[in-house]
Ligand binder design. Structure first.
Ligand SMILES: Nc1ncnc2c1ncn2[C@@H]1O[C@H](COP(=O)(O)OP(=O)(O)O)[C@@H](O)[C@H]1O
Ligand SMILES: [Mg+2]
Length: 234
């Protein structure tokens, strides 16, 4: 067996909200192998986004271990976590989070600049435009996000998330703002790119049809993560 890309052992997340301590994630034991695509479904407020935050090192587990790409995130300081994210992660958001004043090409190029690959400006441009071509936006390079449809904006988001060839793609309801057909097309592109680049994916989605296209579906319920059983699937 290969070493898992993600391994959490009894990870818990507790946060103070006013005077109250909220227990948001409870004993999460998640294993994701390299190149594996895992979908997480579950009601709103159950802790799905919080889990992605913990996997990205944007929230620290209060208890338990979170190991991603060989790094125990609890052992890393904020600077080391930033390097960890740059080296290993791509993130896809529901609201795209593109820089509105930058063209599609500049948005993707920015990810490469932040990654400090040492590439020249010309090479960054080439890599960014190749990534946009891969998501079918070769003819939209110089468009601003405002001149793109939702599906196109999310494809720019996907190109940006994948351009540095991350080991792990975290996607938080990436189709939540798209209609069914457009969402399905974006997910198709995402899965194809991930398989091609051997990127593991943790996909949060409300869409059961999309979840079924993953290698495995897990259910989050009130902070607890479990395998989806056949009975629940009906
Ligand atoms: N920073 C925070 N402070 C306090 N409570 C939070 C914070 N972030 C999330 N929560 C709470 O944690 C629970 C899980 O939220 P979230 O992970 O966003 O769920 P989901 O993504 O499944 O809708 C919710 O009850 C939410 O209100
Ligand atoms: Mg959420």
């Amino acid at each position: 067996m290969p070493m898992p890309l993600i391994q959490t052992s009894n990870a818990n997340l507790q946060l103070m909200s006013g005077a109250k301590m909220l227990h948001i994630l409870k004993d999460i034991n998640l294993t994701v192998n390299p190149a594996e695509v895992v979908a997480i479904v579950g009601p709103s407020g159950s802790g799905k986004t919080s889990l992605l935050m913990v996997l990205a090192g944007l929230e620290r587990a209060s208890e338990g271990d979170v190991i991603v790409s060989g790094e125990n995130l609890g052992d890393l300081n904020e600077d080391q976590l930033a390097v960890f994210r740059r080296k290993n992660l791509g993130i896809l958001f529901q609201n795209f989070h593109l820089v509105t004043s930058m063209s599609a090409l500049e948005n993707v190029a920015l990810a490469l600049e932040i990654a400090e690959t040492g590439l020249s400006f010309a090479r960054i441009r080439d890599a960014a435009s190749a990534a946009l071509e891969e998501v079918g936006l070769g003819d939209r390079l110089n468009h601003l996000p405002s001149a793109l449809s939702g599906g196109e904006q999310q494809r720019v988001g996907l190109a940006r998330a994948m351009v540095c060839k991350p080991r792990l793609l975290l996607a938080d309801e990436p189709t939540g703002n798209l209609d069914q057909d457009t969402g399905a097309m974006v997910i198709e592109l995402m899965f194809n790119l991930a398989r091609k680049q051997k990127t593991s994916v943790v996909l949060i989605t409300h869409d059961r049809m999309l979840a079924e296209r993953a290698d495995r579906t897990l259910v989050m319920d009130r902070g607890r993560l479990s395998e989806k059983t056949k009975e629940v699937q009906v």
